[in-house]
Design a protein around this ligand. Sequence first.
Ligand code: 5U1
Length: 671
Amino acid sequence: MSSNSPTNLAERYAFLQKELARLEHAYYALDNPLLPDSEYDRLYRELLDIEAVHSEWITPESLSQRVGGVALKQFDSVTHIVPMLSLNNAFDDVELIAFDRRCREGLHLDHVDYAGELKFDGLAISLRYENGLLVRAATRGDGTSGEDVTANVKTIRAIPLRLTGMSIPKVLEVRGEVFMNLNDFRKMNVQAALIGEKEFANPRNAAAGSLRQLDSKVTAKRPLSFFAYGLGALEPQSWLPATHEELLNAYIKLGIPVCSERRILKSVAEILTFYKDIGAKRDSLPYDIDGVVYKVNSFAEQAKLGFVSRAPRFALAHKFPAQEALTTVLGIDVQVGRTGAITPVARLAPVVVGGVTVTNATLHNEDEVKRKDVWIGDTVSVRRAGDVIPEVVSVVKERRQPDAKQFVMPLRCPVCDSHIERLADEAIARCSGGLFCGAQRKQALIHFAHRRALDIEGLGEKIVDQLVDHNLVRTPADLYRLGFTALANLERMGEKSADNLIAAINHSRNTTLARFIFALGIRHVGEATAKDLANHYRNMHALMDAKFDDLLLVNDVGPVVASSIMSFMGETHNREVIEQLLASGMQLSVEEKIISDAVAGKTFVLTGTFPTLTRDEAKDLLEKVGAKVSGTVSKKTDYVVAGVDAGSKLKKAEELGVQVIDETAMLKLLK
Ligand code: 5U1
């Protein structure tokens, strides 16, 4: 800022309000961030700093007011001067064709234009703007009166506190839907589970629960969104455009979010195409919808058609199949993932959810089964939304039968019979037969051959897939028994490539103990820990026989890593594979550490392309002399070594004042 004189500060304050409103609108309503979050945060903090000195400048539309205020005892009641109507529903094409006929006959027209839009699965809301300022927000309630949720709605960043543009009516009641994006909903539930709070069954409940919070500070933390689709009170009436489509376009100009998935439909054929197109898109939309809505586009024609009881004759909701349905749990099995994660899965009596027959639903993990209290034989609500796996959302406890059985986590892996272990700080139970388990086979082999592990060039994902699928390889030890003919017969593998792969496998026998330990894929044993273990134990059998307390003496090994090693080594299957590998002629060297005083214990971050060394080579050199190499720049970083095209890490180093050197300077330090 150029000056702190009051006039300029006031100008700056006004500028910040406008600029932040513009950024919030772009981010939350248009899904189009204009600046990095850090820049937004900086401007927002500046606004707060000014308000701390000039509290008299704070108005209800200040963006700082979005954080929520004092908790209410109850919501006030609000009367809707223009009632909030509901929609008639159509569940099939016949009902839709009848709707179109009624509209045409009622209007004495051959054809009618309809505005097609989405039916959001959220909570209807009315927003009242007076002279452009948001003065009240109310829920639908019974359509005639609802609850005053103004304080809560003000925390929703997609909703403008002040309208923008040139043509702002004196009174405007915007009707629309508050909802929660699926991603935000999932993140919020994960967060809730972590802190032991109640999870919401679906985004609709989450949106409704969040909006009906008496404490707006709680609502402020909930990621709510909004789309407008209708109109309540309006003054002056002359502001009203001729069509619904133009009204929504006018909303956009005022800064009100409107969904872009809409289309003008000129015939039943076009209506049905719209329904089909949106139905096909439904699973990939970022929010839940439960249908589409058709409205006669012309307001004059809408007025002619009028209403029947509480629903307009000019509009129709065409519903999609429900995304939740009730069914029975026939059993609970466990599945083993590629990383050994054990997931309980409910086997269900077949049920159609969202138009698809569902027979299995994930229960995520053991704690989730307990929290949702799912028993075998229970009636459960199953949800299938977006492209995610169907899940059990809740149990209908009243329907539990006396013969229902509780789920017990099995002790042994259903694929390889190794022990199932659950580390103290983890929600996920895992199969401990990492080197042997059929479910983990491909992942284990890919990791084993990785460049930073045994570095078997040419043993990529596609070859591993074929080796496992043709039953040529079951464990890493089998790699060392592979013959030329078996390899040469694989798809896309010529004789030359087979020769090269055999050479690479043979070459990998000469490696370091640290790489070998890392290659085993023991959970929580990364490269650095593998190096520490190799330096400490210096031969494989010593590590295989190490006791828990002994492991704790190794640099950077705590109880979690020690338990993970103990359960891995405690599995007979894994020990057998290690013995077979050692017997196949592995030469495991232990590197002598040459400690360089200049860099020992110092943390380096490598970024960009270096003139002579690869990043891996630079990392190895640094670690050999006792330096640590990290992937992220922080205040604790001692040096950032930057090469050509260094990006954000270099920028961060400069921001934090971390010393930046090039490859030559790094090599000098190492000398
Ligand atoms: N898209 C859309 N959803 N929806 C819900 N339009 C729409 N219109 C509604 C409702 C309840 O009511 C009209 C009567 C304004």
